[in-house]
Design a binder for this molecule. Structure first.
Ligand code: PLP
Length: 295
């Protein structure tokens, strides 16, 4: 049996719920066979959006926040109206069809085949990489200049910063740059010295009893894992705050993490070669709570 599942979904304009055609909008397909046309703008231009859902014990994490973020990305890209209910059902079906209970589901929506004006979409369930070494031993991270000011989303919204687009070549290139510098991941900084995000994660910093993450009006993604984490840390008696973070604050932090749907949480043990304090017990508590959340 294939270790992945694929559901193709027609994501165009919502129909009145309950109409028979609605049910016909999903179909299971073979992930090992070609499914996307070579003229699809998602392939030829990276013109589309996506979300990656974490699934633990069969529970899909943060369904609603992911769909909300997908919708926000769709609006930023001027995509046609999407049938979110059909997309949600596609994600659920990809999970229901998968034999393993810990997996990831990528939900992709492209602008579609050039000239048709009809988006293409699919949900793909698969086993992610093994994140346990990152979660347990921590990661070395480097800071890299993203080349934009922190107010890019206000000054140049056409650059689509803050949308989760399929154009992730840069997000992957920076990992190769990190490897050249002996590190495993990256924190992007703005040209004017503010902490932004990782290429596929949100930055969390602890100073004393306060957990802080960068404000999301800086052209960065609103992290679904970060949001869940803030619920957990406030439950544990910490304070949680969104604010602008200067790059200097990273090295004076009492703890640093990258969080995302796939890896959940990874402690940063060194930043640009400088050692960062790491409390393994706290990280394990946060990891367990993140993995056992039911929404
Ligand atoms: N920032 C970027 C650029 C991302 O690509 C991601 C996830 O892929 C995140 C942050 C973290 O988001 P989430 O916690 O919802 O996975």
């Amino acid at each position: 049996m294939s270790k992945s599942t694929l559901v193709i979904v027609d994501p165009a304009t919502p129909l009145p719920p309950g109409t028979p055609e609605h049910a016909g909008r999903l179909r299971l397909a073979d992930p090992d066979q070609p499914q996307v046309l070579v003229s699809d703008l998602g392939v030829t231009r990276g013109d589309g959006i996506f979300e990656t859902f974490g699934v633990v014990g069969g529970d899909i994490q943060a369904m609603e926040p992911h769909l909300r973020r997908l919708l926000n990305s769709a609006v930023l890209l001027d995509l046609p109206e999407l049938d979110l209910e059909a997309l949600e059902r596609a994600v659920r079906l990809a999970v229901a069809e998968h034999p393993d209970d810990e997996l990831l589901v990528k939900l992709i929506v492209t602008r579609g085949v050039e000239g048709t004006g009809r988006p293409t979409a699919w949900a793909y369930g698969f086993i992610g990489e093994d994140y346990s070494p990152r979660r347990l031993d921590g990661i070395a991270v480097v800071t890299l200049d993203r080349g934009y000011r922190h107010d890019i989303a206000q000054t140049s919204p056409w650059l689509l910063q803050g949308a989760k687009t399929l154009s992730y070549a840069v997000n992957k290139a920076v990992l190769r740059e990190a490897a050249r510098r002996g590190a495993e991941d990256v924190i992007f900084l703005s040209t004017d010295g503010y902490v932004l995000e990782g290429p596929s994660s949100t930055v969390i910093i602890r100073t004393g009893d306060t957990f802080v993450t960068p404000r999301t009006d800086q052209g960065i993604l609103e992290g679904t894992t970060q949001h869940a984490l803030f619920g957990i840390v406030t439950d544990l008696g910490y304070t949680a705050d969104y604010r602008y973070l200067r790059s200097e604050e990273l090295t004076s932090a009492d703890g640093l993490w990258l969080v995302s749907s796939g890896q959940q949480i990874a402690p940063i043990i060194s930043l640009d070669g400088q050692q960062i304090p790491h409390d393994p017990e706290l990280t394990q508590t946060l990891l367990k709570r993140l993995q056992s959340r039911d929404s």
